[in-house]
Design a protein around this ligand. Structure first.
Ligand SMILES: Cc1cc2nc3c(=O)[nH]c(=O)nc-3n(C[C@H](O)[C@H](O)[C@H](O)COP(=O)(O)OP(=O)(O)OC[C@H]3O[C@@H](n4cnc5c(N)ncnc54)[C@H](O)[C@@H]3O)c2cc1C
Length: 428
């Protein structure tokens, strides 16, 4: 039976391996690290004395591929938690004002007519602003529609209190510089699809508990071979096909019907396949963790404006903060960040100013920059090699760098092999 080699065990690679192994195909998963999960994983942090995630991840109920993946791998029922209905709590640190945004469940957004459901100080007609994004993106290829700043007024109370925090979180790039096509796709699949599609969800018990451990268990049960600590250094090809994979610990020679899914970060893929386009600019994310059981009644997710803190998560054993597009903070001493962020949390939650045990995690290349230039550099799943496809959140999914995009890309890469008439079809 032909073998499919999946290289990279982040969510894109796991998704490709799950898709390819569904009908008993022979799959081998290779990963450079000692563990799976890539940018979406949990680990024990000795300073905090807690298991934390490499970054707080927010999903929405409209993330159909992510939820489908959880179902397929038999993830536990409590893998993701969140409010029963779409509700986003917000606080303005400067004014002390608090509000809850409550989109109604259906597609027709009547909630904007109800002052108690919308952002204070805004009018119903302000909510039409993103239509400019949808119009500008319509019918355009990735990166060709221009920036959000060119299509929408990026000032005013609604922008400051809703569109800026939401778009920054989704795109991890300053919204006014971000690609309209990426923003339009998110709006269509989540907010624009009504409250039913934008219930916020987090992995309270960890990303590995939700996504990675059940995926590995499924792959193991399906007989997939998993090889960790295997770094791919180069590929050899002949006659339009990949013929061998050269790993640091030795070569893997492909039999004539074998095929490959590369599910690697863009900078690694570019080195291995110099002709393939890939984003070259990235944006960082800073996370701050504080080991303290949150006060009862703390919102699970709180959007904060007029502050360094952007999103405050109240997990069962800690407070965690996410700051997106955070390149400006990379050189700020960790102690200063912890102090400033904790002061903000203490003000918001009326807590003592003494710092609990804390950890600052700076992910420098958390996502590709969601600008039109980078969006235009995304590669399709298919390559010039008949038996090689690409996956990864940076490939041309139409979505920004997200769990949803990574999982979708893995499925696309697997289906592209299966449909190509490649002998790897046997894996389908
Ligand atoms: C801090 C942070 C916060 C985030 N927040 C959110 C969020 O709130 N919501 C959301 O949806 N998304 C979020 N994301 C994005 C999300 O985590 C990513 O989109 C997703 O995990 C990418 O998965 P991937 O498989 O495409 O890439 P990766 O996870 O990068 O996987 C690539 C894998 O390839 C392996 N590898 C690299 N080189 C080699 C080699 N030469 N040989 C073999 N293996 C190799 C790596 O070790 C890795 O396991 C966040 C990301 C970060 C970093």
């Amino acid at each position: 039976m032909a073998t499919v080699h999946v290289v990279g065990a982040g969510l894109a690679g796991l998704s490709a391996a799950v898709t390819l192994s569904a009908n008993g195909g022979k799959v081998v998963l290779h990963e450079a690290a000692k563990q799976a999960g890539g940018r979406c994983r949990s680990y024990y942090d000795p300073t905090l004395g807690l298991t934390i995630d490499n970054g707080n991840h927010l999903l929405l109920s409209g993330n159909a591929d992510a939820l489908g993946f959880l179902k397929e791998i038999g993830a536990p029922a409590d893998a993701l938690t969140g409010p029963e209905e779409a509700a986003f709590d917000f606080a303005d640190l400067k004014s002390g004002q608090r509000w809850t945004l409550r989109p109604n469940a259906g597609r027709l957004p009547w909630w904007v007519l109800s002052p108690s459901r919308r952002v204070p100080g805004t009018r119903a007609r302000d909510y039409l602003a993103p239509l400019g994004i949808l119009r500008a993106a319509s019918g355009k290829s990735e990166g060709a529609g221009g920036t959000i700043g060119e299509t929408m007024e990026c000032t005013g109370p609604l922008y400051e209190r809703l569109w800026h925090p939401v778009l920054l979180a989704a795109l991890n790039t300053e919204p006014r510089d971000s690609d309209v096509g990426l923003a339009a796709r998110i709006l269509r699949e989540t907010l624009g699809a009504g409250g039913r599609a934008c219930r916020p969800m987090v992995a309270d018990q960890g990303l590995s508990y939700a996504f990675v451990d059940p995926a590995l268990k499924t792959l193991q049960a399906r007989g997939v071979t998993m090889r960790f600590g295997r770094r791919l250094r180069s590929l050899e090809n002949e006659g339009g096909r990949v013929t061998s994979l050269l790993f640091a610990d030795g070569p893997e020679i492909l039999a004539p019907g074998d095929s490959v899914v590369l599910a690697l970060p863009p900078w690694v893929t570019s080195e291995l396949l110099p002709g393939v386009p890939a984003p070259r600019e990235f944006r960082s994310i800073v996370n701050a963790h504080f080991a303290m059981v949150p006060k009862p009644g703390s919102p699970l997710i709180l959007g904060v404006v007029n502050s360094l803190t952007e999103w405050l998560f109240a997990y069962s054993d800690r407070y965690s903060v996410t700051i997106s597009g955070a390149d400006r903070l990379l050189d700020v001493p960790r102690e200063d960040l912890a102090r400033q962020i904790w002061d903000e949390i203490a003000t918001l939650g009326n807590l003592a100013p003494e710092l609990p045990r804390w950890q600052i995690v700076k992910e420098k290349r958390a996502t590709f920059a969601a600008t039109p230039a980078e969006a235009a550099r995304r590669a399709p799943a298919r390559t010039a090699h008949a038996n090689l496809t690409l996956a990864g959140d940076w490939t041309a999914t139409g979505l920004p760098s997200t769990i949803e995009g990574a999982i979708r890309s893995g499925k696309t890469a697997a289906h592209a092999l299966m449909c190509a008439g490649s002998p790897a079809r046997g894996a389908a």
